[in-house]
Write a protein that binds this ligand. Structure first.
Ligand SMILES: [Zn+2]
Length: 262
């Protein structure tokens, strides 16, 4: 009688191969999504028209939004003059996800006024030359939560502030009505050698749950501004077109600051 030798080799673990295949697939998908985002950003026909808008602003008069314009029953009115070229979750460079909207007026720094889109309590930190943030205790879309609205680039290339003298650096919790003049659009980026193109950057920022605003550079710390303005401001849903109001546009009776005043 012979005994069949028993194999002491451990059974092969098929799991490992599948893990590798899965990882390769996941990387391929992530790479594809990343490439798509980059191409989508650079091929945006909206962005390609930007140079033409700068050169021939009169051609775009119909799509330029004005301060105080409200689309349908949107809770927020438009805070300044211009076209939102840069939308929420648009990518301007590899790995970047834009956390707000960029509104371009096609003018010069220091002349296009910025107003509060919605009432709240304004803070300007001591080190802020170009930025204010407004606390809204009850989000008009979800009244149990607090949100913040963030307005920036209101200074010139060198960081000389264009913010209203009503709100000196270090201002805290000053109540402002919708339509309150906040300052003028500028091109300050934080680096005098590398100014940003003239625009207002506006974002809707999450609260940390303790009454403080989160870092608005992270898109996860912001909300899609589209429902607040009732405009298609989410780049994922509107990658090509200019944001247009699909409802009736009305205009608030705000006191405008020169040179926006008619
Ligand atoms: Zn921006």
């Amino acid at each position: 009688m012979t005994f069949k030798p028993v194999s002491l080799k451990p059974p092969r673990r098929p799991g490992r191969l599948w893990l590798v295949v899965g990882l390769v697939l996941a990387l391929a998908v992530a790479g594809g999504v990343f490439a798509y985002r980059q191409l989508g950003g650079s091929r945006s026909s909206r962005w390609l028209l930007f140079a033409d808008y700068r050169a021939n602003p009169e051609k775009y008069a119909e799509i330029v939004l004005q301060p105080g314009m409200r689309c349908g029953d949107a809770p927020f009115a438009f805070p300044t003059t211009g076209v939102p070229f840069g939308l929420w979750d648009q990518s301007f460079r590899p790995g970047h996800r834009h956390a707000g909207i960029d509104i371009f007026p096609g003018t010069q720094p220091g002349v296009t006024a910025v107003y509060a889109a919605y009432p709240g309590y304004l803070t300007r930190l001591p080190e802020w030359s170009s930025t204010v943030i407004i606390r809204i205790p009850n989000d008009p879309l979800a009244p149990t939560r607090q949100i913040w609205t963030y307005y920036t680039h209101m200074a010139d290339t060198d960081g000389t502030s264009f913010i209203s003298e009503q709100f000196p650096a270090g201002s805290e919790e000053i109540f402002v009505e919708a339509g309150t003049f906040l300052g003028f659009q500028g091109d300050y980026s934080g680096d005098p050698l590398n100014p940003t193109g003239l625009h207002l950057h506006f974002s809707v920022v999450r609260d940390d749950g303790q009454g403080r605003f989160l870092n608005e550079l992270e898109i996860a710390n912001t909300y899609d501004p589209s429902p607040y303005f009732n405009l298609p401001l989410n780049n994922n849903l509107n990658p090509e077109e200019f944001p247009r109001c699909a409802d009736e546009l009305t205009i608030e009776d705000w006191t405008l600051v020169e040179p926006d005043a008619p």
